[in-house]
Design a protein around this ligand. Sequence first.
Ligand code: T3D
Length: 257
Amino acid sequence: MYETIKYSVENGVAWLTLNRPDKLNAFTSQMNKEIQKAIKISAGADEVRAIIITGEGRAFCSGQDLSDVDEGMNLGQKLREDYGPMMEQIANCEKPIIAGVNGVAAGAGFSLALACDFRLVSEKASFLNAFVNIGLIPDSGNLYYLSRIVGHAKALELSLLGEKVTAGEAKNIGLATKVIGVDEWNEHLKAFAENIANKPTKAIGLIKRYLEASYHLSLEEYLKEEAEGQRIAGLTKDYAEGVAAFTEKRKAQFIGK
Ligand code: T3D
């Protein structure tokens, strides 16, 4: 079913593993399409309540496969056809998406990590806004997300200098949600994902949607949207369960509906 990624579901978590380790999991059109397919399936599957994107081998993703680009290729078209749709799909996914950054994340691989809701980062991982090093501009939503996550000045610095950011620095500048030791990597990544998979999934989707909307609306417009969001959340079984659990002084058992 997949040739360039691995896909499995366990305990409410869909694991999407980029699987071209010899090329440090560099993107090809095929891999891009397989990622989109896996995210679409995960987004529509009731049993999936969180998604992890990670990499096989020593890297997370080294960006576009530079041996798979033709001279004179229209890069704008490539972005419109391949990368843009993938980034929109991630942005529109109402389930939480975790980037399990196991190793270097460079170029569009960095952009992919930025588009996720969390970045769990191995202590041996690094980030590299590599685009400038080959004469390109950061793409695949990179500047959009990077400036929101680390602020304008740091985003500009990382993008203009094209130097590696270590896991420790990533934590200091708010890029990494958490840095994890190599020995605890699998266990911690799994535990983090399963914890969020057990939260009220519909509310999480709405929080993601309205946080993003807040950047594009006036306060007046936003408050109207927010009221609609809370109306929807208030109709979920998880809201009823949350209130019941609070009243009964027990831990809530959310079902994601
Ligand atoms: O279509 C378009 O071009 C538009 C879209 C652009 C989106 C982009 O992502 S542009 C940015 C593309 N990515 C890069 O420029 C990063 C290139 N890679 C690197 O800078 C370094 O490889 C890393 C910093 C990621 C890792 O360095 P290191 O020293 O740990 O590993 P390495 O020795 O450089 O790489 C190991 C192998 O992976 C090597 O192959 P070999 O010599 O063992 O056969 C290397 O060529 C290969 N590799 C790494 N990155 C890529 C790659 N092969 C193809 N494409 C890559 N991006």
